[in-house]
Design a protein around this ligand. Structure first.
Ligand code: PBG
Length: 330
């Protein structure tokens, strides 16, 4: 006789499949990345990210309302900084009236309950496209950390709920946490990009912000001296545990799909929420293949998002957030 367990019984129809499904996607899973630019009336499609846009602050207002009405309650802000405001030190990042600071206030003014997280990194402000200050042919670590702490204070002053350092300097979480405490921002959260790999999947994002590293004589054009080597697994756990010890409230693995083994390792190792960033290149691949008719856009999107959550992603930063929620809402 055949064994008494027949696993196909639980797959007979959609009713039983949905009854026993382990991983369910809801709007609460998402953090929505948003690109902001100077100007008026701008909704500019990013060429390598079809159907994804940079917004000027006036049009950002509508987008925020739309997200909120869809049940998307958290955003992650990025700014595209005009070239003439870029330098080696990120001076513009500390401008209390800078684009990021105004963007935070704009979101809070149209939707006070929207959770605002901000990207904390030098690269959009760097004339060289690097996440650190450059001195004598080096990306200098501790000076950069102190700058990131100042940037975090500036974002907190403008009303950010969480700062999200995406740079991978050593010790910056502690430096930021101490600075926030010293300035009285005891309730400002830190979502650390704790296991961020030196990935080639960030290309479209760097197009969106015009933030790619430039040719320099003494500094490599990649970010491999600070972002992690993609051959490494154990190091991701060490990086993440250190960030938690230094005061991170949420940790992150980035990119997503190629790193789901890391997501699971970290989920099993830590007791804080784990975020996963499904990055721009992952978005672009699905868009391009589905435009060609080679893949079913919605089906592949849902499969990848579900895989990220199944692997252990408690929070998913994704350019698909709106598409997913619209699909869920039917
Ligand atoms: C910058 C930053 C990057 C991303 C988020 N913050 C790019 C980089 O590190 O070069 C990538 C996001 C994406 O590709 O969607 N610190």
């Amino acid at each position: 006789m055949y064994p008494l367990r027949r696993n196909r019984r639980l797959r007979t129809n959609e009713a039983i499949r949905s009854l026993v499904r382990e991983t369910i996607i809801t709007p609460n899973d998402f953090l929505v990345p948003l690109f902001v630019v100077e100007g008026q009336g701008i909704k500019d499609e990013i060429p390598s990210m079809p159907n994804y846009y940079r917004y000027s602050l006036d049009l950002l207002e509508n987008e925020i309302k739309e997200l909120w009405n869809l049940g998307l309650k958290s955003v992650l802000l990025f700014v595209k900084v005009p070239d003439n405001l870029k330098d080696n030190k990120g001076a513009e990042a500390l401008n209390p009236n800078g684009l990021m600071q105004r963007a935070i206030k704009t979101v809070k003014s149209v939707c006070p309950d929207m959770l605002v997280m901000t990207d904390v990194a030098l690269d959009p402000y760097s004339a060289y496209g690097h996440d650190g200050i450059i001195e004598n042919g080096q990306i200098v670590n501790d000076k950069t950390s102190h700058f990131l702490a100042e940037m975090s204070i500036s974002h907190a002053q403008a009303g950010a709920d969480f700062v999200a350092p995406s740079d991978m300097m050593d010790g910056r979480i502690l430096t930021i946490r101490e600075a926030l405490e010293d300035e009285g921002f005891t309730n400002t959260g830190i979502m650390s990009y704790s296991a961020k790999y030196a990935s080639s999947f960030y290309g479209p994002f760097r197009d969106a912000l015009d933030s790619a590293p430039v040719d320099l004589q003494d500094i490599p054009k990649d970010k491999k001296t600070y972002q992690m080597d993609y051959g490494n697994r154990i190091e991701a756990i060490r990086e993440t545990e250190m960030d938690i010890d230094e005061g991170a409230d949420i940790v992150m693995v980035k990119p997503g799909l190629c790193y789901l083994d890391i997501v699971r390792d970290i989920k099993n190792a830590v007791d804080v929420p784990v975020a996963v960033y499904q990055v721009s290149g992952e978005y672009a691949m699905i868009k391009a293949a589905s435009e060609k008719g080679w893949l079913d856009h919605d089906a592949v999107m849902m499969e990848q998002i579900t895989a990220i959550k199944r692997a252990g992603g408690d929070i998913i930063a994704s350019y698909f957030a709106k598409d997913v929620v619209k699909l869920l809402n039917g």
